[in-house]
Design a protein around this ligand. Structure first.
Ligand code: ASP
Ligand code: MG
Length: 470
């Protein structure tokens, strides 16, 4: 089970989390992964950047602040003085290390990716002993463990990937004996270590990934991600009031949704468990009576084929076109060489068979750089007018309908277009991958919400059963 930052955000939240841990541990062996208390990682990253500028004045107040935050929680969670003292000194030791790291960075005015990982991973090293102490206080044996002892990763700092073989060996050797004795390991999320023992991080939001890595390594029956939302929704409830929690969804569908902006999971989260077939639950630690969403291989396909909708609005559509591009065999290659050279994130590509123009949609944040690179790449053709334009349109949004069962159900595209036509939503471009897990449409930004509402209604997405335990 993994508890995210908001689920361990203060003493009350930790109390809720420990109750869930206690109930589960009474039934079967459980490994717990925790994030840093909410906001802590952001402060650490920010501190690292200030230290890089040579600033030192902020360091002592920051250490005092973090100390207060964690000790306050500790004091309200643990009555026993001796127990408290032990955990408090563990917390102080980690904070002393943080101080040395920040002062060292400030002195050198250099922040290597390795140092940034050491600094940004401190939050989990503070929260794990705290949560372990709180679980112990309930009379359930628990011990804080650093994931650097368990998850072996490559040395790609800031975005390390696990080496599953060695991870399986280490995690099993270290955790199985504890589980056999019914001791609950409370593991730091987010961090890992190279085979040489150098600490890395798995990328922001990486505690989800930590949980599924360990779930796969230990052959868990299931992995539960406890967070602050009810699960995966049929659409963003702020945009579509009738949006429901989806009871069951497939790995592919969930990954597609994560890619298209549903910010429930770290994008790599499902990778380790997809291979191992371990089901993943997304559940709300503030409403544990709700079952949440179960992510499985099959995903319990629903009748209409479409399971959920997503939308991304901070995007720009770029078209490269003109009659002359018909005869140019390398337009695609050169276009994407240009977007790749600027590391632009391309969400969607579409080209009509007349080949009169190609269009693709990228993050708005990448627009300026991508456009400059494209104009440069096609400068000769623009001069000769074989390519007549490289244009951008920032007033667009992508709306995507996702569902693995769309494959093989004819008419999903037809219903999509009819529903949008009825609502007068102009479709500017379309893409459907050959996997048929999703149909993506480019619409005007102003029509995004109308499009979502129309499709939600068309595919009867409000009719999912709301599953509530007990
Ligand atoms: N604490 C880390 C972060 O904020 C990891 C996580 O929360 O999953 O990115
Ligand atoms: Mg988090």
């Amino acid at each position: 089970m993994k508890f995210g930052g908001t689920s361990v955000g203060d003493a009350n939240c930790i109390q809720r989390a420990t109750t869930i841990i206690e109930t589960t541990a009474a039934q079967r062996p459980v490994v717990v992964v925790v994030s840093a208390m909410s906001g802590v990682t952001n402060r650490l990253v920010n501190a690292a950047q200030r230290a890089e500028q040579g600033e030192q004045d902020f360091i002592s107040p920051l250490i005092v602040d973090l100390h207060t935050q964690h000790i306050t929680a500790l004091e309200s969670l643990i009555a026993n003085n001796a127990r408290r003292a032990q955990t408090a000194s563990a917390i102080r030791e980690v904070l002393a290390e943080l101080e040395r790291l920040l002062r060292g960075t400030a002195m050198l005015r250099e922040l290597t990716p390795r140092a940034l990982d050491a600094i940004s991973g401190i939050g989990e090293r503070l929260s794990a002993p705290l949560v372990a102490a709180a679980v112990n206080a309930l009379g359930v044996q628990a011990v804080a463990i650093s994931a650097t002892e368990l998850i072996v990763s490559d040395p790609h700092h800031g975005r390390a990937e696990p080496l599953m073989g060695p991870t399986k060996n280490r995690a099993t050797a270290r955790l199985k004996p504890l589980l056999d004795q019914r001791i609950v390991p409370i593991v730091t999320g987010f961090i890992a270590a190279t085979p040489e023992g150098v600490q890395t991080t798995l990328g922001r939001g990486g505690s989800d990934y930590s949980a599924t890595i360990l779930g796969a390594a230990l052959d868990a029956q299931e992995t539960v991600i406890w967070t602050d939302v009810d699960g995966v929704k049929t659409a963003d409830p702020r945009l579509v009031p009738g949006a429901q929690t989806i009871p069951e969804i497939s790995y592919n569908e969930a990954a597609e949704l994560a890619y298209f902006g549903a910010k429930v999971l770290h994008p790599n989260t499902l990778r380790p468990v997809t291979a191992a077939g371990v089901p993943v639950w997304i559940r709300n630690s503030f409403k544990p009576e709700n079952l949440g969403t179960k992510i499985t291989a099959k995903g319990n396909s629903t009748g209409g084929g479409v399971k959920a909708l997503t939308a991304i609005k901070d995007v720009t559509m770029i078209t490269v076109g003109g009659p002359g591009i018909v005869g140019l065999p390398d337009v695609l290659a050169r276009s994407f060489a240009a977007t790749a050279s600027t590391r632009s994130n391309v969400f969607l590509v579409s080209q009509s068979s007349s080949q009169n123009d190609i269009c693709f949609v990228i993050s708005s944040a990448d627009e300026k750089r991508a456009l400059a690179a494209l104009r440069e790449a096609f400068a000769p053709e623009i001069a000769e007018q074989t390519v007549e334009h490289v244009n951008t349109n920032p007033d667009v949004a992508i709306v995507a309908a996702v569902g693995e069962n769309m494959r093989g159900i004819p008419g999903v595209a037809g219903r999509t277009f009819t529903a949008l036509g009825r609502e007068n939503v102009n479709i500017m471009a379309i893409a459907q991958g050959s996997s048929e897990y999703n149909i993506s449409l480019v619409v005007e930004k102003s029509a995004m919400q109308r499009a979502l509402t129309a499709l939600h209604h068309e595919f009867r997405l409000s009719e999912f059963l709301v599953t509530t335990k007990g």
